[in-house]
Design a protein around this ligand. Structure first.
Ligand code: FAD
Length: 397
């Protein structure tokens, strides 16, 4: 498999584009750039992409409909959501559609990587981006560390797909994420499922301050996690306490714990400065995560597809105007209401008040709002961008 295959690493090689980071954002961007006929180098400091997965991997209907994700890399569909108040009063929401599927992320990353390699992308695992220097010629000279050895390469353009704390952003003098949630979860298999696959969300201001605790059980895997503002809780002990508190609902001890995942989730909205003449940012590096739901996989796929389209145009024509539409300020306007709701959610720390807000959700208007949050099709990026993306978001397998 491509994961085992390391392309020859030579000092001084030059590429049209260097993609730093082989998470979903980098993989999607690299495979589209490769298909556009550009010479692309994709690097990640991981040795293998199916290790150290940090995301739960819940894909929403919008992504499942718009992108041809390989079915064998997705769990069974989920149509039911249960929302629990702090006093564990449950509100049931059901959709007529298959709303969510939990990605088998390691397998999906490897499948996308195969796609990249088939499109001619050079893949260097165990390779760390160290820094870059912008040459007067417009070329970027990049310092990498491959298996502990320094290697310099050059690229006409650099894509920062290196996650929430992007070094590429810093080196290109672009914006950096400043507001985070942290999430941690355990993944279990073989836990008996009572009823249909379901996404359980627990509003728990103490165990998950400013966000949620969750259980997503699709019949094959169950992910149990907590997320919140890092200054307000200790995620690991909160997760242990949360798991104890749900022991009567889920027989976790009958299953097998197979993995622990976790990481930072930027929730300050898309950053304003996400591109310059030498490079741009995608995915978490660009802050492309819904500030309200903390879902980043859909924005990641869309922004990376758009970026690949524009980079290919820019590198072919040499016209910087090809990147004009790639503007964080412009994308950010679509997040305004979510940013306000995030601020509201962050401030709701008093359990009695949260309980009251949850009770109010039984009213038709607020229930409709809850349905919109969980089952709505969202709005990122925007219609014009959507039209541009249309021919390229259904890559074939
Ligand atoms: C606990 C948790 C649960 C989540 N659950 C969901 C969910 O269910 N649904 C959803 O939509 N979103 C979820 N998110 C958010 C979503 O996972 C992210 O938005 C998305 O994965 C971001 O992808 P990315 O490619 O931008 O970044 P990443 O997946 O972080 O990829 C960045 C890559 O860059 C590499 N890298 C970093 N620095 C360097 C360097 N210097 N040199 C070389 N390589 C480097 C890293 O090894 C990594 O592989 C979750 C996030 C967390 C933390």
């Amino acid at each position: 498999m491509s994961e085992l295959k390391q392309f020859d690493v030579h000092e001084g090689q030059s590429f049209d584009a260097l993609v730093v980071g082989a998470g979903l954002g980098g993989l999607q961007c690299a495979r589209l750039l490769g298909r556009a006929g550009l010479s692309v180098l994709l690097i990640d400091h991981k040795r293998t992409l199916d290790a150290g997965v940090h995301t739960t991997g819940i894909f929403v209907r919008r992504t499942l409909e718009d992108f041809d994700l390989p079915a064998d890399c997705l769990g069974p569909p989920v149509r039911h959501v249960t929302l629990y108040s702090p006093a564990r009063r449950a509100l049931e929401l059901e959709s007529a559609h298959e709303e969510f599927r939990v990605g088998r992320m390691g397998k999906l990353y490897l499948r996308f990587l195969d796609d990249c390699v088939r499109a001619g992308v050079a893949w260097w695992p165990a390779t760390r981006y160290v820094g870059c220097e912008l040459k007067a010629t417009g070329v970027v000279s990049v310092e990498l560390e491959v298996e502990g050895r320094g290697v310099r390469v050059s690229a006409r353009f650099i894509v920062g797909a290196d996650g929430a704390q992007s070094r590429v952003a810093r080196d290109l003098d672009l914006d950096a994420n400043r507001e985070w949630l942290v999430g941690v979860e355990d993944v279990f298999t073989d836990v008996p499922l009572a009823g249909a696959p379901r996404f359980h969300c627990f509003i728990e201001p103490r165990l998950a301050p400013g966000y949620l605790a969750w259980v997503v059980h699709d019949g094959a895997e169950i992910h149990v996690g907590v997320g919140g503002y890092p200054a307000r809780f200790d995620p690991v002990s909160a997760l242990a306490e949360f798991q104890q508190s749900i022991a009567h609902l889920f027989a976790l001890d009958e299953g097998h714990k197979v993995e622990r995942r976790g990481g930072r989730i930027p929730v300050g909205g898309v950053l304003r400065r996400i591109k310059c003449a030498h490079g741009l940012l995608v995915g978490d590096a660009a802050g492309a995560v819904s500030p309200l739901t903390a879902g980043g996989l859909d924005p990641c796929m869309r922004l990376s597809s758009l970026a690949a389209h524009m980079i290919a145009d820019y590198l072919t024509t040499g016209d910087e105007a090809a990147l004009d539409l790639y503007s964080g300020t412009r994308f950010r306007t679509r997040f305004v209401s979510r940013l306000w709701l995030r601020r509201l959610h962050a401030r709701l720390s008093e359990p009695a008040l949260v309980e009251l807000a949850c009770a109010a959700m039984r009213l038709p208007l607020l229930r409709a709002f809850a349905r919109h949050v969980f089952f709505g099709r969202g709005s990122f990026p925007d219609v014009e961008v959507e039209r541009l993306l249309a021919p390229m978001i259904k890559p074939s397998y």
